[in-house]
Design a protein around this ligand. Structure first.
Ligand code: SAH
Length: 234
């Protein structure tokens, strides 16, 4: 039994090899930012698959989303890499993430040097992810200790922590969340999937000093929806 528990938190050469292969695929699919690719190569994604980790070791390094409970998913690695690249994170920047989910995107941002604030509306996911990152993943990546976790409605943002240099939304939004735009620094950027679950497009908005916002439109994408309010099934 003891041996089995230890096995579940293992990150070995085989996993590192699988990650190298995944990074090669992401590069081939158009991800260019070497810092983002390097961050992906450092995160043991198989450990994010909960108690069934050992059964999904290979699957975890395919470029696929996966259910994490509460009807939510850990995003596809390509999506995480793509959003991270568009965010253009610089070391020391304050980054707000909406939709903690499994915590995978938050960890990638932390490795990129961001000071990460992440919000999740499902209390169960918030509790589980915070506990996994701070009690298990920390052994592999001590940087995760610096991530700040919040249970709440991302539409409200975190006014007490604003302004943010960057904001990333990891759920599809049909309307631009005004409170989040207000919480951006001047020259800050927000990256979000704009639209509905089945039909959304990645966009990046930059807030300029004269109060104008500049939009850039990127690829079509698929995300779970960003929903209003908090959920507590306990
Ligand atoms: N970034 C995550 C992806 C999670 S999927 C990862 O790396 O695994 C999107 C997440 O957004 C889900 O967990 C969902 O519950 C959450 N979400 C949806 N609407 C939200 C809201 N208004 N506030 C906070 N989180 C929200």
């Amino acid at each position: 039994m003891f041996c089995f528990v230890v096995m579940q938190n293992v990150d070995n050469y085989r996993h590192k090899g699988l990650r190298k292969h995944l990074v090669g695929k992401l590069r081939g699919d158009g991800i260019k930012d070497e810092l983002v690719l390097d961050a992906i190569s450092k995160v043991p994604r198989h450990l994010f698959f909960g108690n069934d980790s050992i059964f999904y070791e290979t699957y975890a390094y395919e470029d696929k989303a996966f259910p994490i409970g509460e009807g939510q998913t850990i995003s596809q690695p390509y999506t995480v890499a793509y959003q991270s690249e568009l965010l253009q994170v610089k070391s020391g920047e304050k980054v707000l993430e909406i939709g903690t989910g499994s915590g995978y995107q938050a960890v990638v941002l932390a490795i990129l040097g961001a000071s990460v604030f992440t919000i999740e509306r499902h209390q169960i996911l918030h509790d589980r992810t915070k506990s996994f990152l701070l009690n298990k993943l920390v052994e592999h990546l001590p940087i995760v200790e610096k991530i700040n976790f919040y249970y709440g409605d991302g539409f409200e943002g975190l006014p007490g922590q604003a302004p943010f240099d960057k904001i990333i939304i990891t759920a599809a939004v049909p309307e631009l969340p005004k409170k989040l735009l207000q919480q951006l620094c001047v020259e800050g950027k927000i990256v979000l999937p704009y639209g509905t679950e089945r039909d959304c497009t990645m966009i990046r908005i930059t807030k300029h000093a004269d109060g104008q916002y500049e939009d850039e439109v990127f690829e079509k994408c698929a995300f779970v929806p960003m929903l209003k309010g908090k959920v507590n099934h306990a």
